[in-house]
Structure formats: structure tokens, C-alpha cells
Write a protein that binds this ligand. Sequence first.
Ligand code: G1P
Length: 297
Amino acid sequence: MIEQSDVAHSIQKAVIPAAGLGTRFLPAAKAQPKEMLALVDKPAIQYVVEEAVQNGITDILIITGRGKESLENHFDRSLELEHHLERAGKHELLAEMRAIAQLADIHYIRQGEPRGLGHAVSMAHQHVGDQSFVVMLGDDIMHEKSGILAGMLAAHDRHRASVLALKKVTPAEISSYGSVAATDLEESLVRVHDLVEKPTPEEAPSNLGVMGRYVLTPGIFEAIAQTKPGRGGEIQLTDAIKLLLGTEPVYGFTFTEGRFDVGNKLDYLRATVELALERDDLGPAFRAFLEARLSRP
Ligand code: G1P
């Protein structure tokens, strides 16, 4: 059972883009979606759906594409598996499997052509309508106690504007992220003045990078419609947010802790170790193994 936070906010819908080919994760992502790769024993996308639900958002649109059918199967009932678990008397596991299908009201739409993150988000227009909404990228897993999304939702409601999750990275790392120019407003909140998608360290307006959570106003759809192909020939969400700055303010919620990057192999390994160490059932034995292993050459 996922506990929902009791903080009230106005956002009702989340969009999870999951149409990417996962080329940074081959060969594991060749015949299965990268979103289904397990972190300990749970697929990455389930962490993201649970984060939305914890924050009171249960209407979720997943943008999928060819070869992503297992995402739909994961969040659906599996009667055969349920019968098997029932017959085997594995009641706890049975309840856990049923709960996954009841987590949220999940909708799916296919992107068709992989034309970039901005294009993927534009596919959500009809579902989202004329309301602000959240975009949650599956390469970023936020710790359940991080409070990052909750802080962003509160900032959106206070300022009635888009809010991006921002974290300082090293100059070498900034070329993997959208980079922003921003000025401080209050604790954990900045006003964004410019954005550049995956700049070189020299081009980067700052070392504040966008971390895969966005609360966006519906104005983003018009901005995406006007966005020309950018980096990699794709319609970039970062470029659309830069256009949005011409018509409305955009804020950033800054944080330092609580994000696991699962977007590349080394960071995925780090995330797996961190999450396994935190588990009550696995953590102590895993820690003992790591300590013993690292004391050997
Ligand atoms: C995307 C965005 C980038 C953002 C990043 C966060 O890039 O384009 O601006 O900083 O997600 O994870 P991707 O990692 O999908 O290439």
C-alpha cells in the first residue's frame, strides 16, 4: 500500500515519457523496455508511478511506443500468476501483485515516431487539457523521503507557474543535462532566466542541471508547437521551456539529496547498491557482503 502525502495541491495528472529506445542501456534494453529494468526487485517505472501516487497524483499517462507492451502488462492484473500464487499459499506476494494493478489510473498513448522529449510531452495535450501537470522522467528515481516533487507542487501552487527540479552538477556532467541560468528567490527556489540543452561546460549558463521532474503549465503545449528541432535534430523540452519564458515566468526547485540516476550503466549500479542497502530484508546481509568483498583485492 502506497501512502499518500497529506499535502493538498492542484495538480491531478502526471505524464511519464517512456518511448525512448534505451540505447544507453544496450544490450539489456534490446528486447525489453529500459523502464522495466529492475532496481533490486522492482522495475524502474514502478518507482516513478509510486512517487506520483505518494504525492496524490493517480491519473497517469505513459507515453509508449513499439516494443513497450510489457509496461502495460506490468500495471495490469495477471490472473494466471495470481492463481498460481493463491494455490501456492503465497498470500503476501499475491496481495503485492494485485496492488500494482490498483496503484493508479494509468493511460497509455504511443508516440509513433521518436522525435524527442518535447514531442513526447506534446502527445499528452489532449489527455491533460488546460491544466498544469507533472512530467516525470524514468531515468531519475527520487527517494520516497526526498520531498522533491512535493516541494515543486507547493511552489507551483504558490506562484501559479512552471517549476523545474534543479541540482548542481560538476562542469563535466552538465553536458548530460538541460542547464539553466537562474537567480535565487528564497530557500530551494530560483527564478529561471535561460535554458540550454546539454551544453558544453563552456556554453553552460551555470552548473544547475534539470533533473527529470517538471511541473508545467498548459502554456507548454503552444511553446512545443513552436519549437524547432534542436540538439540531435529532436524537439527538445528544454528548448520549449526557453520559449515559454517569453510569455510566463518559470521557477526552479533546487535540491541536493534524494535522486538516483539510472540513465547509464555506472549510475544504475550505484542506484542499485544504494537502494539494496536501504532495504530492511536485504540491506544488512548485502552490506556485510560488500564490506568483505571490498576488503579483498
Ligand atoms: C533529458 C532532458 C534534459 C534533462 C534530463 C534529465 O535528457 O532532455 O534536459 O536534464 O533528461 O534526466 P535525457 O537524459 O533524456 O537525454
